[in-house]
Design a protein around this ligand. Sequence first.
Ligand code: C2O
Ligand code: CU
Length: 465
Amino acid sequence: MKFQPDRRNFIKSGFAGLTAAALFKSGVSLSNQAPFRLTASRGQFVFGEDQENPTQVMYYNQSIPGPVIRIPRGREVLIPFHNALDEPTSIHWHGIRIDNAMDGVANLTQPPVLPGQDFEYRFTPPDAGTYWYHTHMRSWAQLAFGLAGVLIVEEDEPPPVDQDLVFAIDDWRLDRQMQMDTGSFGSMHDWSHGGRLGNFITVNGETEKTYDVASGERIRLRLLNIANARIMNLLFSEPRISIVAIDGQPVEAFTPEAGRIVLAPGQRADLIIDLSGDPGSSSQIELVVGEYAYEIARFVYGPKARRKQLLDLPVELPQNPLNKTALPTDFKHVPLLMQGGAMGGMRSATYEGKQMDIRELVKIGKVWAFNGIVGMPSDPLFRVKRGTAISLDVDNDNSWPHAMHIHGHHFVHDRSPGIWRDTALFERGEKGRLQFIADNPGKWLIHCHMVEHMAGGMLTWFEVS
Ligand code: C2O
Ligand code: CU
């Protein structure tokens, strides 16, 4: 295997001919009778083709990504967690409108789970859909090391499909020996720019994975961006695609323009694909980086067609309780000014109650601010009574895109009415409103899901009483 020193080529050779390193488990189903245990630990994982050359990772149940957990909607599940790491951690259930005590934010909703300790996660997911779980401590290192997995909340009556596939797409930074690049953890350059971007893309922990399909099949494909910071620009060559859910929530089915789907870190999309290729053919899913496109997965059609005539599009998912929420026209407006980063022109900000200039802030790695405050403020951004309609008026006043994530709630981005999301991408200079009803009591984070930006100060919280 030959690697070129320049990163683009490295990405390219990373995609060329590397075979699967670990088997991706197709999912464990949970009922409330049988608790499913998660254990976080350090371990070894092979990214390249050389089985003798593993690198260090952190993972759940010794799997990269962690096991796909399938749970029923509207029923309580128990997930006992054991921390076998040598450092504290916690698990956040991204996108679930969860009980605050189970949200998994270390030092806000629970104490960190110390090495050797256990924590019992117990919650009832109100909405069906595609979610994920990941560490919520030192995620700039722990998430980059691999602590993430997929959480599927099953519909009471799922739409009939021939296959239900999961693509958890991740981005790793490896050195030329295919070892985790640990020297760059905490790099101020990453933190002040676009976050920790990798050079090795995996789908379900594998590169260039092929999936066996048949002509005429209808598949459901659950796409997740579980990377630290990379915005995934995906390109499908399959023509018959409908997007039926976004960030877990059903939407009116629509066809992505020119086969392109953009997922910011943390975002998901559920697709229904009617496979229209000929028996024996294949189609690819590519990641677009600048002017290059790299194949990350491929559908390989078997010699026999499943059906002659494609099923009729579109398909609709059953509505979630959330879809019945009506937003009012009157909101409590909360401005959220996002500043900082390289080429951002931020001169000073407040950190732990002290006004500091940018040079001091850079020294302590705090380079991103919400409303002039860097890092987790002691006072919430807002405190409201349960049921208050909030409009978070975001102004992304810096040189970088950001993926705004709100815990415990879904919101409607005014740019795309009718679509409930939990993570919204703001391009540089973009303004927009995230509107929701603060109806889940507790203390909830708001942060950029480019986790280096969060670590660099881009986080705040609100309280619902
Ligand atoms: Cu997916 Cu606060 O996180
Ligand atoms: Cu950001």
